[in-house]
Design a binder for this molecule. Structure first.
Ligand code: GLU
Length: 367
């Protein structure tokens, strides 16, 4: 009896100790999560992270606020400049996690942990709207008044003026010549008419004097060269314009003026496909270059491009082709981070209870 009760009390003691140990460790973990605000790094990339004065908002910020609420965690947001900085902050332990529009890639997966996907995106091409470059009659008029065309016209007039005077000098004394027997102005006018007709290979009469004929041969030869040069210049200008506007997807990018964001998955893609591109610090700089015609296309995250195309860039830019590489965004965590499980649990709950859809609708509603 006594032995039995001793055994019982021994077992009971062990059981009690285990309960207390579990309770203490859970309380400690909870206290850790609750007491020390999580250091969350982010970067402005609309509509995932939007700078609103001093405040940050956006899909990722709203989603994170709900995840943190589900975890019962306090947090402090810390803004960084680039994806590289976000990776650096989490890698060095300066931040507990990072959330923005961070793509989950095999390279990053080697060094970091990611949460479950928070958004399904991908890469796309953005160009200026077609209406921006004139077509049909407008294109012809545009070409006719282009500086290059006016310059060529000036050269043609100068050449005509020179040829006019030379032929006038050579022909003025010949009674049957094209300018003979009339006064200076009438003679010059006829000579000019002849020189212009000859340039357009339409001259009806030819000089009579021997010198005049030699000059005519030289002038006709010069005219052929000039017309050939003129035709080549106009054709080249049109070809360049057509090449620049004809972008329908990444396959049309080689040879175009492409820009993207430094350190992004788009830059990696372009480098991997040997497509030359200017890499800017922010996508806003790319948008400005595209609108100012310093670039022909922007390659970047599709949701970011579409958001710009339907907001500030409305009517000026348009996506070219479909998403050509699918990517998921995730919350970036250090390797083996104890936060991964609670973050995932809270995120999946938001998917199940409809809050995720609500936040998604708020930032990505088609309007
Ligand atoms: N999603 C891209 C990446 O993770 C670009 C993100 C960004 O520029 O913020 O590389």
């Amino acid at each position: 009896m006594g032995n039995g009760s001793g055994l019982m009390s021994g077992r009971f003691r062990c059981w009690m100790l285990a309960v207390v140990w579990v309770w203490l460790s859970e309380a400690h973990l909870a206290a850790q999560v609750k007491e020390e605000p999580l250091r969350v790094s982010t970067r402005v990339v609309a509509p995932f992270v939007v700078q609103d004065g001093d405040r940050l908002s956006g899909f990722s910020i709203d989603l994170w606020a709900e995840i943190a609420r589900g975890m019962g965690a306090e947090y402090a947001l810390n803004k960084r400049d680039s994806v590289k900085d976000l990776l650096g902050a989490v890698g060095s332990g300066a931040a507990d996690l990072a959330i923005a529009a961070i793509s989950i890639t095999s390279e990053r997966e080697k060094l970091y942990d990611f949460s479950q996907p928070i958004y399904e995106g991908g890469l796309q091409v953005l160009t200026r709207v077609e209406g921006d470059s004139p077509s049909g009659v407008a294109a012809v008029l545009h070409d006719l008044f282009s500086p290059q065309f006016l310059q060529l016209l000036g050269v043609a007039l100068l050449l005509i003026l020179v040829a006019t005077h030379i032929i006038w000098l050579a022909e003025r004394r010949h009674p049957d010549g094209i300018v003979g027997g009339v006064g200076y102005f009438k003679g010059i006018w006829r000579a000019a008419w002849w020189a212009a007709s000859c340039l357009a290979t339409q001259a009806e009469e030819m000089p009579r004097s021997a010198v005049g004929r030699w000059i005519a041969i030289a002038w006709m030869f010069g005219s052929v060269v000039f017309v050939a040069y003129f035709t080549a210049a106009v054709t080249a200008q049109q070809t360049v314009q057509q090449l620049r506007s004809g972008i329908r997807g990444p396959e049309d990018l080689p040879g175009k003026r492409v820009c993207t964001v430094a350190g992004s998955t788009s830059e990696t893609y372009l480098k991997g496909h040997r497509i030359k591109a200017a890499a800017f610090r922010s996508v806003e700089e790319c948008f400005a270059a595209l609108i100012d015609k310093r670039a022909d296309a922007v390659v970047y995250d599709s949701p970011v491009l579409l958001y710009f195309a339907s907001h500030e860039g409305r009517g000026q830019v348009v996506p070219a082709g479909q998403v050509f590489r699918h990517e998921n965004y995730g919350i970036l965590l250090s390797r083996g981070s104890p936060l991964r499980k609670p973050v995932n649990e809270a995120l999946l709950k938001l998917r199940e209870n409809g809050v995720y859809e609500e936040i998604h609708g708020k930032w990505f509603a088609t309007n």
